[in-house]
Ligand binder design. Structure first.
Ligand code: AMP
Ligand code: MN
Ligand code: MN
Ligand code: MN
Length: 277
């Protein structure tokens, strides 16, 4: 079986490496099939596709769409999407505007809290890619206002904290529809991260299936073994294809590593089975 990593980030959003550098590192880590899935953007895909050729890597064009389900932010991965699809592009363009507006408002709120210039610094760090809370967190950490990037999230950027701005992203159903319009497979990313109760998770899986969603990221770089086990149960029960992805962002301490994923639990149908058929 090939080695898959179907969830990674580049400088097109909050990853540390440019798409071509990410591809080179993935190849060095032994990954044979790599999906680049930047937040709300397909702008890194062309560079990644080109870089994949000399490395003999199969690049799966992807995107991680920010969506809202029952007032919670839910990340929906689109795998094997056509990045040229107009419906997908228009949907992402809407989220890109939302991201830019949210970032400005985050900057205003932090300024009121006594920390000026964070928006400008985060925007410069994003370098034309999607501006994310990660950029804000890195800058706040750099200012010495937090003990780590994670701590910057907890102090300033999490729900209820001074820099937090509630955002209504795409509806979950819309995100799935854009992915399907682009010929892709819609996958719920890191299901263990949403702090949903078991009954809410069941409702989500049912509605996701109903909307045309096809997969669940059972093996995530950020999931504990027990969480993988429980996600596998949901995948079986709701007849969802299983995906695996590190959610790699960079080499920094605390992030999952590229290509170091446990195998998919037995008895699951991998997302790639449909692509290979
Ligand atoms: P955004 O989509 O702009 O709200 O940013 C979300 C991103 O922030 C996620 O994709 C993660 O990369 C990062 N993130 C969220 N929570 C944390 C945390 N507690 N520590 C570190 N990074 C985080
Ligand atoms: Mn991220
Ligand atoms: Mn995510
Ligand atoms: Mn991600």
């Amino acid at each position: 079986m090939l080695t898959y990593d179907l969830h990674t980030h580049s400088t097109a959003s909050d990853g540390v490496y440019a798409p071509s550098e990410l591809v080179a590192r993935a190849a060095a880590a032994g990954i044979e099939v790599l999906a680049l899935t930047d937040h709300d953007s397909v702008f890194g895909l062309a560079e990644a596709q080109l870089a994949a050729i000399p490395h003999g890597i199969r690049l799966v064009p992807g995107v991680e769409i920010s969506s809202t389900w029952q007032d919670k932010t839910l990340h929906v991965l689109g795998l094997n999407v056509d990045p040229e699809c107009e419906i997908l592009r228009e949907g992402l363009a809407r989220l890109q505007v939302l991201r830019a507006e949210r970032a400005r408002e985050m900057g205003r709120r932090l300024e009121r809290d006594g920390i000026p210039g964070v928006f400008e610094a985060a925007e410069a760090m994003a370098g034309g890619g999607m501006i994310t809370r990660t950029h804000f967190a890195k800058h706040l950490y750099g200012l010495g206002l937090a003990a780590s990037v994670r701590d910057a999230f907890e102090r300033y950027l999490a729900r209820g904290k001074p820099g937090y701005v509630a955002t209504r992203w795409a509806d979950m159903e819309e995100a799935v529809a854009w992915i399907r319009a682009a010929g892709g497979t819609a996958v719920i990313a890191h299901p263990q991260r949403y702090k949903l109760t078991a009954s809410a998770l069941r409702r989500l899986m049912g509605e996701f299936r109903e909307a045309g969603g096809a997969g669940l990221e059972v093996v995530s770089g950020t999931a504990a073994p027990g969480e993988i086990h429980s996600s596998a149960e949901y995948a079986r029960r709701f007849d969802l294809r299983a995906s695996c992805g590190s959610d790699f962002h960079g080499p920094d301490h605390g992030w999952p590593k590229l290509g170091r994923l446990p195998p998919l639990p037995a008895g699951l149908i991998p997302v790639w089975r449909d692509w290979e058929a």
